[in-house]
Design a protein around this ligand. Structure first.
Ligand code: AMP
Ligand code: FE
Ligand code: FE
Ligand code: ZN
Length: 289
């Protein structure tokens, strides 16, 4: 008799490491995921796959299944949107070239953020933010850390509200490619494009439906139905959207750092019934329910 494994699986398809704006190295992240009972993990750093090799080695050692992942920034109607790419071919030359462009875009953007925040009179802001990012390209959370350390703001929340969040001077979007282009990169690399954390964009339901419909038309196949910091109302709304648009359903914690009880690896609200899980469609399908 075979024992069904489904109930013992814990799948988390969205999280970050020090390679972007997370606090744990890829191997420490894997160790923590394993401790939290995660069996299948996608490391989805912002616009980079530089952590995947280390993560894969660590995952192999503890018997955790790693799915290729990355979270790509793009624009839809001048708003920044995040698309999680899953299960793509990491060696695809077109995808690698696209990621190189994104890295370039990120550096250009970091320079412009530093310029736009010059009036805050923080000496060597770009250098400091780069140092917080461990020498890699700094993102907005790294700039936020510098503003806190320099006493410009009280905490990172205030840094985003005043200087880096949507519509503030440090919110530089000009360098991101369009949504269609990013989805096309993923599709041609054999991956699955997932619309990340749809409730985070603070859109009206109508606008979100338009986004989802454009995303689907571009070749997007899944939406993140279950993610951290969502109400059960959000979950129900996204499940309905997912069913209506006949998209696959994904789930992920969007874990960045330990110590935030509302956002932990593998701690994801159970997906509502009647949805088709994205992991059934991986090249090596994960079989559940
Ligand atoms: P970036 O990719 O450099 O634009 O940074 C985006 C990241 O900044 C997100 O993935 C979050 O980790 C973080 N972030 C965005 N908005 C906020 C906010 N209001 N407060 C704190 N962190 C934020
Ligand atoms: Fe982030
Ligand atoms: Fe995101
Ligand atoms: Zn994320």
């Amino acid at each position: 008799m075979t024992i069904p494994q489904a109930t013992s699986l814990c799948i988390d398809l969205h999280c970050h490491s020090t390679v972007s704006d997370g606090a744990l190295t890829p191997s420490d992240l894997i160790a923590r995921a394993r401790d939290k009972g995660v069996t299948h993990l996608a490391l989805t750093d912002h616009d980079t796959i530089a952590g995947l090799e280390q993560a894969r080695q660590a995952a192999g050692q503890v018997g955790l299944e790693l799915i290729n992942g990355v979270e790509l920034s793009c624009l839809w109607r001048i708003q920044t949107i995040h698309i999680v790419a899953l299960d793509f071919d990491v060696d695809d030359p077109g995808f690698r070239a696209a990621l190189a462009t994104q890295l370039d875009n990120r550096w250009r953007r970091a320079r412009m953020i530093a310029e736009r925040l010059e009036r805050l009179k923080v000496d060597d802001l770009l250098t400091k933010a780069t140092s917080v990012a461990g020498g890699d390209v700094p993102g907005r959370p790294h700039f936020a850390r510098v503003l806190v350390d320099e006493g410009v703001v009280r905490d990172s929340g205030q840094a985003f509200r005043r200087h880096l969040g949507a519509g503030k001077p440090g919110d530089v979007r000009a360098f991101w490619p369009e949504l269609d282009e990013v989805v096309a990169w993923i599709v041609q690399a054999g991956g699955i494009a997932v619309l990340a954390h749809p409730r985070k964009y603070k859109m009206t339901a109508t606008r979100l439906r338009q986004l989802v419909s454009d995303f689907r038309r571009a070749g997007g196949r899944a939406i993140e139905v279950s993610t951290s910091g969502q109400s059960s109302g959000d979950l129900g709304f996204l499940a309905e959207l997912c069913r209506r648009e006949q998209l696959l359903a994904s789930q992920g914690s969007d874990f960045h750092f330990p110590g935030a009880p509302w956002c932990e690896l593998g701690h994801i609200m159970k997906m509502p019934d009647g949805l088709e899980p994205v992991w059934h469609h991986f090249r090596k399908p994960v079989v559940t329910g």
